[in-house]
Design a protein around this ligand. Structure first.
Ligand SMILES: Cc1ncc(COP(=O)(O)O)c(C=O)c1O
Length: 448
């Protein structure tokens, strides 16, 4: 479950355990409840953030919080170049993609240039949900089939179709026939463990899902998978997993869609999460970090696939790829280039991993540390031998970290994985700050 659902073990559950009685900001909370319905609110004493800069967020009293949670502001909160790009273009022109515009074409060229193989056309949308929805539409049109294979406990968005494919909000048995879910390749607590043959064994589950779709789900249109497995608690799949699955999917006539809404734009130390697995998807979906806070998403695919889709389909998006969005997208890429952000992620992430692994040696509560780049999961367990997931501790740790001025989330199938996914300029000093606070919070819990 991700931050998008309040019902399960995402950090949304922090809000669902109820506000503390003396929560600050009572008036704002009341007004919010009156006119924003059940919209999710993090923390039992919710934070009132008024300003952001780099990896830091500031509340109304000027108290600062190290942001170890927000991947949208990937180049850092309120990066001056992004802010300037928005202001400049908003003062000049903002229409849509149906007039010629240099900035939009520049952006499409630059973005396409970041992809391997034949992935060279971009369709612009405004959210990750829209990107996945369009990707599925394309896959259905090209394959002539309707079904999709997804992971158990997946999150792919909030439209009708994406809600059906988001298995974190449904039980096995209650899903529509065009959805077939497989066990994610979790080498820590999955059924096949970290054995050398685990990649093949996890991949073989996809064959069963394809048969299920062929029997009663309208056949296979697509395999859709988040390359960093965020809602499964951040996984490193066996190296051969995706190559095997992609072969199986393509042999069955389906398309391979990499959901890079979480993993994309340098988060994992490569431009795209799928690059860790030496595969090239047929379709890639983008969102969150693409606009550093400005709503942007995209579907990237090959000309060949797009032409097949376009024979019988029309696609238009009023806001997607408008001149202001294109200016923002270009500014984000400028920051990546001029600040060598990808190199920065590659330099800092081994230090983050090593520090978290050292914490694991000191705290028996930490069963596993995993992830890639600046996207790490810290799995908390009742005891290491039987790996009982400790959701309550994960929720309490997230709350206590906030009291120590650090924002993290709790995620995963059992809600017991602390998620560390900060803005990418996160530096070595930030790592030390995070680890020192986490050490303190875990020590205090161990002493309870
Ligand atoms: C993997 C993944 N895909 C898609 C989405 C949906 O993106 P959006 O909320 O922008 O619609 C999310 C959002 O959390 C996500 O985590």
């Amino acid at each position: 479950m991700t931050e998008n659902s309040g019902a399960g073990p995402g950090p949304g559950a922090l809000g669902s355990v109820g506000l503390v009685e003396d929560a600050r900001n009572q008036d704002l909370i009341r007004r919010r409840e009156a006119h924003m319905g059940g919209s999710m609110l993090f923390y039992r004493d919710p934070v009132h953030i008024v300003r952001g800069e780099g990896a830091w967020l500031y509340d109304q009293d000027g108290r600062r919080y190290l942001d170890c949670y927000n991947n949208v502001a990937s180049v850092g909160h309120c990066h001056p170049r992004v802010v300037a790009a928005i202001c400049r273009q908003a003062g000049l022109l903002n229409t849509h993609t149906r007039y010629l515009h240099e900035g939009i074409v520049d952006y499409a060229e630059r973005l396409a240039g970041k992809f391997p193989g034949k992935l060279d056309v971009c369709l612009f949308v405004c959210t990750g949900t829209e990107a996945n929805e369009l990707a599925l539409r394309i896959a259905r049109a090209v394959s002539g089939k309707t079904g999709a294979v997804v992971m158990e406990n997946a999150y792919h968005g909030n439209s009708v179709l994406m809600n059906e494919l988001s298995t974190c909000v449904s039980e096995p048995g209650s899903r529509p026939p065009h959805v077939a879910a497989v066990e994610p390749p979790n080498t820590y607590r999955g059924p096949f463990g970290p054995d050398p043959g685990a990649g093949a064994r996890y991949a073989s589950l996809v064959d069963g899902a394809i048969s299920q779709l062929n029997d009663s789900g309208g056949g296979l249109a697509a395999f859709l998978c988040d390359s960093i497995f965020d809602s499964q608690g951040t996984l490193e799949a066996p190296p051969d997993y995706f190559a095997r699955v992609y072969d199986q999917v393509r042999s069955a006539g389906g398309l391979c869609i990499a959901d890079e809404v979480q993993a994309g734009f340098g988060r994992t130390g490569t431009w795209w999460g799928f690059e860790h697995y030496d595969v090239v998807p047929d379709i890639v979906t983008l969102g969150k970090p693409m606009g550093a806070g400005h709503p942007m998403g995209a579907v990237v695919t090959s000309r060949e696939i797009l032409e097949q889709f376009s024979q019988r389909n029309v696609y238009f998006n009023t806001f997607g790829g408008n001149p202001v969005s294109a200016a923002v997208g270009n500014a984000v890429l400028d920051v990546f280039e001029d600040e060598a952000l990808l190199d920065h992620v590659r330099n800092v992430s081994p230090y983050l991993r090593a520090q978290l692994q050292q914490l694991q040696q000191r705290h028996r509560l930490i069963g596993d540390v995993r992830g890639r780049g600046l996207f790490m999961g810290i799995e908390l367990v009742g005891d290491r031998d039987n790996k009982v997931p400790d959701r309550n501790t994960a929720l309490a740790v997230a709350e206590q970290m906030r009291d120590h001025g650090v924002l993290v989330g709790a995620t995963g199938r059992h809600g017991n994985v602390i998620k560390v996914r900060p803005p990418l300029p996160f530096c070595v000093d930030n790592v030390d700050f995070l680890v020192e606070k986490l050490d303190r919070v875990l020590s205090a819990r161990a002493g309870q």
